[in-house]
Design a protein around this ligand. Structure first.
Ligand code: S3P
Length: 425
C-alpha cells in the first residue's frame, strides 16, 4: 500500500462494516440453534470468512444473501478435514468453547501467526469441564461432549476466554461461574441474555445456567465496528480541517475506551445515540480535528481499548507532552507484538520512545518521516501505519498490507473517498 502525505483534509460520512466480535458471536450462537437465524450486517472480511467456512465444515448451513446471512444450525457433524481458522484467534478460541460441548472430534488449525498465539488459557478450563484437547497451541484436536459446569478464575481479563467458556457452559450440565480480574467486552452476555439464556453478571463475575431447551434463533442487526471506527476517529482528529460523521457505530461501554481517552486529551467528538440491537447500543459519531494533550493509560482503560493501541500510538506521537502506556503486556501476544514491532516501525519514521515490558513512553509532538514499513501480518498495525503515512510529508509504503482485509476490506476505498491519497499498490 502507498500513502502520499500529508493529507490536507478528511471529510464526509461513513457507514462502518459490522462489528467483528459481535459478528463472531452471532454466527456461533445461530449455529448452535436448530431454528433459522437471519443476521444483518455481519462483518464480511477474512476473520468472519474463516468462521463461516469452519461452521460449514461442521454441517451448519450458511447462506450469504446481500445484507443478510441466514444460518441453519443445530447439532454439528464430525468434520472430515481440519478446520482452518486462518489468522483469526477469535474464530479458534470461540470455536474451541462451542466444540467442547459437541460429541464430535475436530482438528483446529490456522496460519503460522495463529499457531504462535496462546490457546492454553481456553484449553485448560475446557479440559476441567470434561473436554479433551491435545495441545495448548494450534494445531490441536478437540473431542467434546458430556461437559459439567465450572467455577473458573481467569488470570487476565480476556473476553475471548470468557466467550469460549460461556459457549461451553451453555452445553454443560449444571451452573458455571467465570471470574475475571477486571471488566472485558460483554457482547456474549448481552446477546445470550437477549436469547433468553439465564445469565447473571455481578461486577466481574458471570454465572450461567444451561437451559434444557435449545437455543432460540439469533436476530440481530450488527452495529458498525467501533474498533474500525477508531481509525476514522483518529485520522479526523489528526488531519487538519477534518470532519467525519460515522453512522450506526456500536458504543458498548466495554469497547469505547479510545473515545473516552481522546475526549480527555481534548478531542472534539459528539455521540448521538440512535438505537439498540441484540442488546447493543448504537450511535452516530461526529468527530473534528483538534490538537491533543498527552495522557497516561493504565488499568481497566487498557482492556476497554485493547485493540486500539496501534492507532493510539500514532496519536501519542502527535500529542503535546508525555504519553505513558502501562499494564498493557497483553499487547505483546496479539496479531503481532503491538509494543516492540509497532515501535520498531515507528522508529523507521524517526519516532523516539522508551519501551517498557508492559507499555511505553512517548514525548510528543514528533515529526513522522515517510518510510518503507512492514505490517508484521497484523491488520491493525497496517491500518495504523497507513494513518501515520497520511501525516508524514512524502510517500510511505506499507508492505504486506493486504492483511487489512482480515477485518476492514473497505479501508483503502473509504479513506481515498474521504480525501486521503492512498492506494493498495
Ligand atoms: C475479542 C477480544 C479481545 C480482542 C479481540 C477480540 C473478542 O481479545 O483483542 O480482537 O471478540 O472477544 P482478548 O479478549 O483475548 O483480550
Amino acid at each position: 500500500m502507498n500513502v502520499k502525505g500529508p493529507t490536507t483534509q478528511l471529510s464526509g460520512e461513513v457507514q462502518l462494516p459490522g462489528d467483528k466480535s459481535i459478528s463472531h458471536r452471532a454466527l456461533l450462537h445461530a449455529a448452535l440453534s436448530p431454528e433459522e437465524s437471519r443476521l444483518r450486517n455481519i462483518l464480511r472480511a477474512g476473520v468472519t470468512t474463516s468462521m463461516i467456512n469452519c461452521l460449514r465444515e461442521l454441517g451448519v448451513e450458511i447462506i450469504e444473501a446481500n445484507d443478510d446471512v441466514i444460518v441453519r444450525g443445530g447439532k454439528w457433524i464430525q468434520p472430515n478435514k481440519p478446520l482452518n481458522c486462518g489468522n483469526s484467534a477469535t474464530t479458534m478460541r470461540l470455536l474451541m468453547g462451542a466444540l467442547a460441548g459437541q460429541p464430535i472430534t475436530a482438528e483446529l488449525t490456522g496460519t503460522k501467526g495463529l499457531q504462535s498465539r496462546p490457546m492454553g488459557r481456553v484449553a485448560r478450563p475446557l479440559r476441567n469441564m470434561g473436554a479433551s484437547i491435545s495441545s495448548d497451541n494450534a494445531p490441536l484436536v478437540i473431542s467434546g461432549g458430556n461437559l459439567h459446569g465450572i467455577v473458573h478464575h481467569q488470570a487476565v481479563a480476556s473476553a475471548q476466554v470468557k466467550a469460549a467458556l460461556l459457549l461451553a457452559a451453555l452445553q454443560a450440565t449444571g451452573e458455571s461461574t467465570i471470574h475475571q480480574p477486571g471488566p472485558s467486552r460483554d457482547h456474549s452476555e448481552r446477546m445470550l441474555r437477549d436469547l433468553g439464556v439465564k445469565l447473571q453478571t455481578e461486577k466481574h463475575k458471570v454465572t450461567i445456567q444451561p437451559s434444557d431447551k435449545s437455543l432460540a434463533a439469533t436476530k440481530i442487526s450488527v452495529p458498525g465496528d467501533c474498533s474500525s471506527a477508531a481509525f476514522l476517529i483518529a485520522s479526523a482528529v489528526l488531519v487538519p480541517e477534518s470532519k467525519l460523521t460515522l453512522r450506526d457505530v456500536g458504543i458498548n461501554p466495554t469497547r469505547t475506551g479510545i473515545i473516552d481517552v481522546l475526549t480527555n486529551m481534548g478531542a472534539d467528538i459528539s455521540i448521538i445515540a440512535n438505537s439498540k440491537s441484540g442488546g447493543e447500543p448504537i450511535a452516530d459519531i461526529i468527530v473534528k480535528h483538534t490538537n491533543l494533550k498527552s495522557v497516561t493509560i493504565e488499568g481497566e482503560t487498557v482492556v476497554r481499548m485493547i485493540d486500539e493501541f496501534p492507532i493510539f500510538t500514532i496519536i501519542a506521537t502527535q500529542s503535546e507532552g508525555i504519553t505513558v502506556v502501562k499494564d498493557a503486556a497483553e499487547l505483546r501476544i496479539k496479531e503481532s507484538d503491538r509494543i516492540s514491532s509497532l515501535l520498531g516501525e515507528l522508529r523507521k519514521m524517526g519516532v523516539e520512545f522508551i519501551e517498557h515490558t508492559d507499555g511505553y513512553t512517548i514525548v510528543g509532538p514528533q515529526v513522522l518521516n515517510p518510510a518503507q514499513l512492514e505490517s508484521h501480518g497484523d491488520h491493525r498495525m497496517a491500518m495504523s501505519l497507513a494513518i501515520a503515512g497520511m501525516i508524514a510529508q512524502g510517500c510511505t509504503k506499507i508492505m504486506n498490507s493486504e492483511v487489512i482485509d482480515e477485518s476492514f476490506p473497505e479501508f483503502t476505498k473509504i479513506f481515498s473517498q474521504l480525501g486521503a491519497n492512498i492506494a493498495r499498490k
